[in-house]
Design a protein around this ligand. Structure first.
Ligand code: 2HA
Ligand code: ZN
Length: 281
């Protein structure tokens, strides 16, 4: 016999935000950015969005956070699960995704749906939560933090100097669109052990000024207001890194470039302000 709660639960996977998580993770895997259990996404939701699909007073289980986040008290998120394969999210969202709420003090999270089989939220939860806090301070519409192992960006961390300004400029020079899509440039951390509160703190510090933060030899973090925008942000940087890789493996080398003046003209035409110290004009 189906009871009322089961009926409610049946419809959770049809919620637009669950569908968005299912297609984003599948597309990221398809693009080769999320091998095995690589990558994670967290998506800030409102109670109004969640309440039609589940009973927000019905806790599945609660977990204490070792990094309290009072700034996120009572906030709802849908997150990918620790150890889950992006390849499988589409076919098994109840196992791979979880809808969680931070408690009123910011000391614990409550699972409201998903992460069946005793799953846990992403191992990068500190980086996600601290980055959400940082981005909300500078963008009231901020909602998404996305991490993956975008192949060409990752590759470029071996072949390009790890200086934020020169890395940003190289990417801007690879495709005309780049300076328009990320005028705020790229933040770069030193190599660090992932999954820790420390890398979370350092990522969040970079997120104040940049929506893209690179973890050398590992991958990239992106922030945005919608799934499409955040996906598109990483996609654009990754495309630029791919062009960098292609032209650097070309025997003939580079014959001509997008000049600093071209980049300044683009910024002006599209009404964006490039970060200081990158263009020399
Ligand atoms: O395992 O990508 O950074 C998921 C990750 C860790
Ligand atoms: Zn990773």
């Amino acid at each position: 016999m189906i009871n009322e709660k089961d009926l409610l639960n049946v419809s959770v996977t049809s919620a637009p935000f669950v569908q968005e998580m299912m297609s984003a993770t599948y597309n990221m895997w398809r693009l080769g950015w999320d091998e095995r259990n690589g990558g994670n996404i967290s998506y800030l939701l409102t109670e109004e969005e969640v309440a039609p699909y589940l009973d927000v007073n019905q806790a599945v289980r609660t977990a204490i956070l070792d990094f309290p986040v009072p700034e996120l008290a009572n906030r709802y998120f849908i997150v990918t699960g620790s150890g889950k394969y992006f390849k499988n999210v589409k076919d098994n969202p109840e196992d791979c995704l979880g809808i969680i709420r931070v408690d009123g003090t910011g000391n614990s999270i409550t699972l409201l749906w998903g992460l069946e089989n005793d799953g846990k939220p992403t191992s990068e939860l500190p980086s996600h939560f601290m980055s959400h806090i940082a981005r909300l301070k500078v963008d009231k519409d901020h909602r998404i933090i996305m991490h993956n192992h975008a192949s060409n960006l990752l590759g470029m961390t071996f072949t390009h100097e790890l200086d934020e300004k020169s890395f940003t400029k190289t990417l801007w020079q690879m495709c005309t669109e780049c300076i328009v899509v990320f005028p705020d440039g790229i933040g770069i951390l030193p190599w660090m052990v992932p999954g820790t509160d420390e890398i979370g703190q350092r990522t969040a510090e970079k997120m104040i000024d940049h929506r893209l933060v690179i973890w050398p030899f590992h991958g990239i973090f992106g922030a945005g207001t919608t799934m499409d925008e955040t996906f598109g942000l990483i996609e654009t940087a990754e495309k630029a890194a791919q062009i960098y890789t292609i032209i650097n493996s070309h025997q003939g080398g580079v014959k001509q470039v997008i000049t600093d003046q071209n980049l300044a003209d683009l910024a002006k035409a599209f009404g964006v302000t490039p970060i200081e110290g990158v263009l020399s004009i």
